[in-house]
Design a binder for this molecule. Sequence first.
Ligand SMILES: Cc1cc2nc3c(=O)[nH]c(=O)nc-3n(C[C@H](O)[C@H](O)[C@H](O)COP(=O)(O)O)c2cc1C
Length: 152
Amino acid sequence: MLELAIISGSVYGAAEEVARHAEDFLREAGIEARHLPRADLETLLACDPAALLVVTSTTGMGEVPDALQALLDQLAGHQPDWRGRPLAVIGLGDTTYGEQFCAAALQAHMQLLALGMRDVQSQLQLDASETVTPAEDAEPWLARLAANLAGL
Ligand SMILES: Cc1cc2nc3c(=O)[nH]c(=O)nc-3n(C[C@H](O)[C@H](O)[C@H](O)COP(=O)(O)O)c2cc1C
């Protein structure tokens, strides 16, 4: 069965909670999902995921949380051969930040596409101005992800 690694970038814990919930939800749906909180390059490469789900909030003015940005930069430097591997991204942000809304998720997405990974479905963006239950709100999108991955 296809193994999906989930990596997350979070400052105050909301994205981390969405990532944990995604792991539980996807496992229930039959996907071998594994959340790697605060993963470093070695851990991620050792896991050699067949597919990747990234869950990240945006901090500062459109920035990726530090630990995830460091990991993305290390991946860009290492260039693992992940060409063609399925990729999915969930962004948490706040529309009060205007053009910087979910900028970190877009940035992370671009960095991973640059490795040759391919999108499974369009990015989910969760707006803190609209919801206080982002983990539950992600469920319909996660159900589609499970179906898409199962069909590969
Ligand atoms: C200091 C700070 C800066 C933020 N900057 C942005 C931003 O540039 N763009 C955006 O969409 N959301 C921004 N947000 C909103 C967070 O991304 C959003 O509240 C998210 O749910 C927080 O997730 P976390 O608890 O995982 O860090 C910012 C929040 C804070 C506190």
